[in-house]
Design a protein around this ligand. Sequence first.
Ligand code: PMT
Length: 405
Amino acid sequence: MLKGKVVVLGVTGGIAAYKTADLASRLVKQHAEVHVIMTKNATEFITPLTFESLTGTKCIVDTFDRNFQWDIQHISLAKKADAFMVAPATANVIAKMAHGLADDMLTTTILAAKCPKIIAPAMNTAMFENPITQNNLEILRQYGFTVIEPEAGILACRDTGKGRLPSTELLLSSILQAIAFEKDMAGLRVLVTAGPTQEALDPVRYITNLSSGKMGCAVAEAAVLRGAAVTLVSGPMTAEAPYGLQEHLSVRTAQEMYAAVIDRFAEQDITVKAAAVADYRPVHCADEKIKKSDTDLSVSFTRNPDILLELGKRKRADQLLCGFAMETENLLQNAAEKLKKKNADLLVANSLRQAGAGFQGDTNVITLMTQTETTELPLLTKKEAAHRILDKLLEMRAKQETASI
Ligand code: PMT
């Protein structure tokens, strides 16, 4: 996703510096040209050789190092960079960047860079929460820097609180979000549902299904990467919600998902319903744990609201509605019936019987079905499939806009 892109990584002197090695490696795997600039303090935690081995480029520390191809290095790197990330960013370097100090290679280069700049602060909680650091971060935000909030947890200093460097996955996503895709969904509001729902039998038991939330999260992530303002409504999923969502609502039951989705539907341009919603719930949820006995147990179920059906009734002419169909037999026939009955614009059909498709895995085999055409796609990763779904929805939106002129 980063072929032809140049990413500059600034590494400062915090214990999390070693984690940036993983990020450098992941960026290289995405085919980015990666250059690392370290502060002198950072070299106390990890060696430049580690980054040089991972990136294949010279790791720069000293402004006056003459042992490289002659060039005004800080200016040439600043000009070349498509994205500049400082991770971890210490309070000291944040303060310098906020006030335009340029006394080493890292602060000099970032001052000269005009590309998107992302910083990931990581430090002791008290240092992070200190109003001086918070003001400096606010100054950087005002200058257009993206600031990734640190995570809470046990810190290297044994304190517990906010200050940990977020996962490599999240740091990578923020770089992808900044430069990897054309922002062809900028200005669009997209709502995505993901994961299963849980329908309680008693305080300790519930009915659910195998959905991990990967497919829905892939759609939400792809829309974020393409510039949309994305709301994710998810059931109790095992997949990690993507970085950069405008809003993330975690729900448990189909009724809760119904309420959350209906509440936000009117303001959406596109809604994609990838969640595997339980069609039924137990009529009665016992107040106490159901005790076992020697007789069989019968449970009566009642219908849950059909969210997609309701959205199809409420849909305006300027909105697009995409449903999914998970089938075990008669895939295309059942999907075509759902498309019509639920008044969806696009239906994504997938079959549990097909190798590489359906629940939990990282791949899917999908068929895109509209009122006029059916397109069967080959085995794709869920991330690739998500982009194909969005391509189709954008194509339909372009036709919708032309028709309304
Ligand atoms: O989450 P993963 O592990 O990655 O798996 C992905 C997936 C298999 C869950 C996904 O690709 C998928 O097929 N999602 C829809 C599953 C499903 O519930 O299919 P369905 O045919 O039962 O429902 C049809 C459509 O109606 C779906 O868009 C569903 O969200 C919606 N629905 C269903 C029931 C209900 N009460 N309300 C709904 O809105």
